[in-house]
Design a protein around this ligand. Structure first.
Ligand code: FEO
Ligand code: CA
Ligand code: CA
Ligand code: CA
Length: 596
């Protein structure tokens, strides 16, 4: 009819400006509501949250934990590939704690030691994962259902160990002399979810929870940065449940102490949210490092399963796993994550890339080990020392790999590299030294062959101030999208990339970026716009949606970071005078339609 063809506007909202307001800011026409903040009763006797933070350790194990992070919405009929949007299980991580806010007057420390066992137990219980059955009412409002499915998994919940390191002598502890189980999951950052409807939680900065005071640390502790004391001092309390955080060798036999306890952390943990009696499983075939998250390539029935995971630490690596067995809908389960090959990425300067196998039976790996004079007794030992194995094959040291996301149509993989103040030499894939503001890298497997070992990569976006940034179209970032330290990453079903930031320190306090934020970027057009700004001191992290895309769930972590028990740098979400709390935010459109 003579009308020129026009692409549909895929980002039809006005970008919100940079702000340091102590609130959630979303575009006109959208609303944001707080949901399940830290301390929300979800199970057991449903103990109410006490404003002065005087809930006991036992209460905390029946309430949502602190520091919400990665999250996934499972439709109630997910097991049958259903897409029910009004009823489901919201499953989320509680990465760590803000001890000054967790207790009425902060933690009690006497002569450098923790003296109140119940206080420490509360801290352990504020970690882990929450499973919450939720329902959307006719007015579009969400509520928590009292449900036998609601569950808290904590830093003390018993877990199985599976895969090549199961039963390994480096996994044997006083708690599990057979090396087949452990207690708890810690520092659960980003997440994943399997094609068979289970949740994956990822152990990131677990090393900081342990103490190891031996004069010389074994490589499986030293390479992961263990120190002589733990970040919260849990190891200073007497009793087996706390002494396990001290990895100092004290007995003649590893089965009589906890020197190997840290080896039972650093894994991907699978949780079946639909079975509250199930025991979580640590899948060792996926490697041991500072796992940020785990994302799957599009699954193809009859093909192996392929997934990607980043190690979020300065100058660490990006990994890929290919299952040995084939994915079969309705038949496959977590065993696909127990037998396969782990690869690490090398990003070549010419834009090509190689996946290098970390497999004791692989000839190239054996040669690399011989050349480096490094030896591993078996594949279990390779996996317990994943970082060292990746060093040996010459993988590319990255600027802190955080979340990944896989484009639903093209299968291209995007990863945030949040920043790296320690980088001394730039390379093609990490082009700034140092890199205080981060970037987003992307790759496609050669020939779209997900099970191959070659890929092509490019840089999608360089975050930073206008003078030192590049949007997907090759131009500097603008008022609409200036950002730093990209971290959370997620594709909606229409292939729009959602980016969440985690700036801290001076980047947050002053300069052009304002509070942490969430943006949307359209890889089709390169257009990128700020959609949300979080409250003071908070990181924006964790994102999931209902299948109908009428509800978007986003997590706000550590609002008011740096607060004391009596002075709060933020009072979000409850308002003046009240202690800040991490929380989920429910975002809807005022007209009730799809978010975008
Ligand atoms: Fe927990 Fe890498 O952020
Ligand atoms: Ca975090
Ligand atoms: Ca993160
Ligand atoms: Ca981060």
């Amino acid at each position: 009819s003579g009308q020129p063809f026009q692409l549909r506007n895929r980002l039809p909202f006005a970008a919100v400006p940079v702000t340091r307001a102590d609130t959630i800011t979303v575009p006109a026409g959208f609303s944001a509501k707080t949901f399940i903040p830290w301390g929300t009763p979800i199970c057991g006797s449903y103990p109410a949250f006490l404003e002065d933070a005087s809930n006991s350790a036992e209460d905390q194990a029946q309430q949502t934990g602190m520091h919400h992070d990665g999250m996934h919405f499972f439709p109630m009929d997910a097991r049958f590939k259903g897409r029910k949007s009004d009823h489901g299980l919201l499953v989320l991580n509680h990465e760590y704690i803000d001890a000054p806010l967790l207790h009425p007057s902060g933690p009690t420390v006497v002569n450098g030691k923790r003296v109140d066992a119940d206080e420490v137990r509360k801290e352990i219980n504020a970690h882990g994962v929450s499973v919450v059955e939720v329902r959307r009412g006719p007015q579009g409002d969400w509520s928590v259902l009292p449900s036998a499915r609601n569950r808290r998994i904590t830093g003390a919940t018993p877990m199985h160990i599976e895969g090549p390191a199961r039963g390994h002598e480096l996994m044997q502890t006083r708690y599990s002399p057979s090396g087949t189980s452990t207690r708890g999951t810690l520092n659960n950052c980003s997440n994943g979810y399997t094609p068979w409807g289970t949740y994956l939680t990822c152990e990131e900065n677990w090393a900081g929870y342990f103490a190891a005071d031996d004069a010389e640390l074994p490589r499986h502790l030293e390479r992961y940065g263990l120190r002589s004391s733990g970040r919260y001092g849990w190891e200073t309390v007497r009793g087996d449940e706390f002494e396990r955080f001290d990895a100092t060798a004290t007995a003649a036999d590893a089965r009589a102490d906890y020197r190997n306890e840290p080896n039972t952390f650093g894994w991907i943990v699978e949780i079946d949210p639909f079975d509250p009696d199930s025991t979580p499983v640590k899948h060792t075939a996926l490697g041991r490092f500072g796992h940020e998250g785990l994302v799957f390539a599009p699954t193809k029935p009859g093909w192996p399963l392929v997934c990607y995971s980043g190690d979020d630490s300065q100058n660490e690596y990006i990994y890929k796993y290919i299952s040995r067995d084939k994915y079969r809908p309705q038949r496959s389960d977590g065993r696909l994550l127990d037998d396969g090959t782990l690869y690490v990425a090398r990003f070549n300067p010419d834009g090509s890339g190689d996946w290098l196998a970390l497999d004791i039976e692989d000839a190239a790996f054996q040669q690399a080990c011989a050349a480096a004079n490094v030896s591993f007794a078996d594949q279990g030992e390779v996996l317990i020392n994943t970082r060292l194995a990746a060093d040996v094959v010459g993988a590319t040291k990255m600027d802190r790999p955080e979340w990944g996301a896989v484009h639903p149509d093209t299968g291209e993989v995007y990863f945030t590299l949040t920043n790296n103040s320690s980088r001394q030499e730039a390379d093609a894939a990490n082009p700034r030294a140092p890199n205080p503001t981060g970037h987003i890298i992307r790759w496609r497997e050669e020939g779209k062959n997900q099970v191959g070992t070659r890929f092509q990569w490019d840089l999608y976006l360089l975050a930073g101030p206008q003078s030192d940034s590049r949007d997907p179209r090759g131009r500097p970032l603008t008022d609409e999208n200036i950002m730093a330290s990209p971290d959370g990453l997620w594709f909606d079903e229409e292939g729009r990339l959602w980016i969440q930031t985690d700036m801290s320190g001076s980047q947050l306090r002053s300069g052009p970026f304002g509070n942490n934020q969430m943006l949307v970027s359209d890889p089709k057009s390169g257009e990128t716009k700020r959609f949300l700004v979080g409250p003071k001191g908070a990181e924006v992290t964790g994102i999931t949606a209902t299948p109908d895309f009428r509800t978007l769930f986003v997590n706000i972590q550590h609002p008011g970071e740096g607060s004391t028990p009596t002075e709060y740098t933020s009072t979000w979400p409850d308002g003046p005078g009240r202690r800040p709390r991490s929380a989920t935010v429910i975002i809807t459109r005022d007209d009730g339609k799809r978010i975008l």
